[in-house]
Structures are given as structure tokens and as C-alpha cells.
Design a protein around this ligand. Structure first.
Ligand code: BEZ
Length: 241
């Protein structure tokens, strides 16, 4: 499903927007930090640059293989964020733009809690309630019955879930972050990269025409001054145990 080459060349905004999340974590030199959903490793490398020992974890073999090529000195683990167990506990877990892919959020939090040392921190940013609402509306209008299986919780829902799993929530933000896409075909590329599940009922022979119709529907809302913007809404949280 994932195409690491395409991901790295056209979607660098995913990890470039993560710097503020690392500031929120405030990692200390020598700490061990798990990067949950590390993709091709750029965000893990940013963390390593701040002096911490990073473990990158992802369930997509192709992405992880590319991460190992990109950053041979970093440690990577192929595992499912809702089922993993680490050999030892870590000081912190961080996750950037990954948790909306995993509907079983409770299972993720169970694994995160078990992975943390006493007093350990968990910091995450991902799609919150209202994320890509315009994109989903346009897709559903053009492809009736398209199923959205992403997890975009409200701040209240996610904070409650964290508390139910033994975390103390120290920061929680829910904010709009329109995100610039690359090029004239930005929204097509976004849908091709991330929308395969959403568009699974569309036959390959019709895909290009369908993407064109979705883009035309979105143009008045998401195309400004020659640039496409995805209507991202982020949930950013920090919690500890
Ligand atoms: C996001 O980062 O919000 C996102 C990315 C891909 C698909 C859905 C949401």
C-alpha cells in the first residue's frame, strides 16, 4: 500500500510539521524515546539530532526498509502500534501523524503505557475531529458509500480515553492547520497516496476521472493562489503515567 519513494518526494510536510511536537516532548540527552509510526525515519532522525536514543516503530515493511537505508545507525522495529511489546521500557513515546490510521486507540494506549517507565511521557499529534472534512465530503459526493475508517477523535474523547488507560493529560490542543500540498496536482497526489482505502470501490479504469471530479468539487474550498491546501485539523496531546 505505501510507496516510500513517492511519500518522501511529495509529502515531506508530514515530518516537517513535527518540530513543535518534539519541543512539547522536551527530550533530554540520553533518554530513550520510541517513535510510534516512524514511516521512513525522518522524524526519528530529528529526535536523534536532539541527543536521544530513538527506536522507530512502524508496521509497513516498505517504509521501514527505506528508513533503514536512510538512517542505518538508527534502531527500527517492524511491529503493529496496537500490539507491540518492547524488550525494555522507555522514557517517552512520541507519535507524529500516525495514530489516525489505527481505529483501536485503546489497544495503542495499552501498549504505550506498558512501554513507558514509571513517570514516562507520551506526546502525540494526529488528525482530530473535523480533520479533512471537506475532502471527505467531496469524496462521498462523488463516490457514494465511500467508507472513512480513520480515527479522528475530539479532544474530550481522546483525553477521556487517555485517563481511562491510566494517563494524566498535561496538555491538549485541537486546532486547524491547513496544510500546503505540493504542485498543481496536489489534491490528486494526496488522494492517490493516502486514499486507497477510501476509494477502494473505484475501478482502476475510472480512477483518474473520479479524482478529477473530486478535485473540481474541492477547488473552491481548498485551492488558493495556485496552491492546494488539505483541511487538516490536529489533535496534539501530552500525557504522563
Ligand atoms: C492526516 O495527517 O491528517 C491524514 C493523512 C492521511 C490521511 C488522513 C489524514
Amino acid at each position: 500500500m505505501w510507496d516510500p519513494g513517492r511519500y518522501e518526494s511529495g509529502f515531506s510536510f508530514v515530518w516537517k510539521h513535527g518540530a513543535g511536537l518534539i519541543d512539547l516532548l522536551n527530550p533530554q540527552a540520553g533518554e530513550v524515546v520510541l517513535d510510534l509510526g516512524c514511516g521512513t525515519g525522518q522524524f526519528s532522525a530529528e529526535l536523534a539530532g536532539r541527543g536521544v536514543a530513538v527506536i522507530g516503530l512502524d508496521n509497513a515493511p516498505a517504509m521501514l526498509a527505506q528508513g533503514r537505508i536512510n538512517y542505518p545507525k538508527l534502531k527500527f522495529i517492524l511491529a503493529d502500534a496496537a500490539k507491540f511489546e518492547l524488550p525494555g521500557q522507555v522514557d517517552a513515546v512520541i507519535s507524529n501523524a500516525a495514530l489516525h490510521w489505527i481505529p483501536d486507540a485503546g489497544a495503542v494506549l495499552e501498549c504505550v503505557r506498558r512501554a513507558l517507565k514509571p513517570g514516562g511521557r507520551f506526546v502525540a499529534e494526529f488528525g482530530g475531529k473535523g480533520n479533512i472534512e471537506a475532502i471527505l465530503e467531496a469524496v462521498t459526493a462523488v463516490v457514494p458509500g465511500a467508507v472513512n475508517s480513520w480515527f479522528f477523535p475530539s479532544l474530550g474523547e481522546y483525553a477521556t480515553l487517555l485517563e481511562a488507560h491510566g494517563f494524566r493529560v498535561t496538555h491538549a490542543f485541537h486546532f486547524d492547520r491547513p496544510t500546503q500540498l505540493e504542485g498543481e496536482r496536489g489534491i490528486h497526489d494526496w488522494l492517490e497516496m493516502f486514499g486507497s482505502d477510501l476509494l477502494r470501490t473505484v475501478h482502476a479504469s475510472e480512477r483518474s476521472a473520479v479524482l478529477g471530479r473530486i478535485a473540481e468539487r474541492l477547488r473552491p474550498k481548498l485551492f488558493r493562489d495556485g496552491t492546494w491546501f488539505a483541511d487538516y485539523v490536529r489533535l496534539r496531546i501530552a500525557a504522563c503515567i
